[in-house]
Design a protein around this ligand. Sequence first.
Ligand code: 5RP
Length: 230
Amino acid sequence: MKTGGGSDEAKRRAGERAAEAVEDGSVVGLGTGSTTAFAIEAIGRAIDDGLEVRGIPTSFQSRQLAIDCDIPLTSLDEVLRVDLAIDGADQVSEAGDLIKGGGAAQTREKLVAAAADRFVVVADPSKLSARLERSVPIEVVPDAHTVVAKRVRELEPAGEPTLREASQKDGPVVTDNGNLMLDCEFGSITDPETLATQLSNVPGVVEHGLFVGMADAVYVGTDDGLEVRR
Ligand code: 5RP
């Protein structure tokens, strides 16, 4: 599992506090990554203690963990809406916008977050930044990765795309949806909303990792506390 840069204690605090917001009888979006894993495990323990919830996983990884934790699963086809989605982020700006997709799961993560009444992001301080400036993960249809890369270089501001490789031996990363990932460097992103629209408009882009104006709260765990940003 990808673990990001923060301490496990900080991630645990954020994940476990977010899990406390899960209400009995609710449908919960189960995000992907090492921080959300602490939330999923905490929800599993609460189920052992009598909590009744159904989870919607956002990736193969979160599905497996939810099964291991005995969390009953459902899907967006069955429930249409989600009460609370909990998910991590690769970067969180001061405005509360996110870069996601370090785990190549942003397509399902965005679907579930968008269907949720409330979207809570769990993070540690290493994820915080005044502006978004990490590379933006973009899931692309395999046949389109070269043309999408060309279009990304032609955007204003221009991006520099790199095809995500699992390893030299294993070749490119293939997403849960059978697609490829381009990681695109834009430098410091001054207008995430416009860039998000530009990327969505490129044919062959399945989904990009800019989550603009979607988070209702960001739980930032530290080694000795928790800050909630709204
Ligand atoms: C997966 C994601 C993850 O939420 C993000 O990469 C954060 O992961 P972690 O909590 O392990 O640092 O967007 O697509």
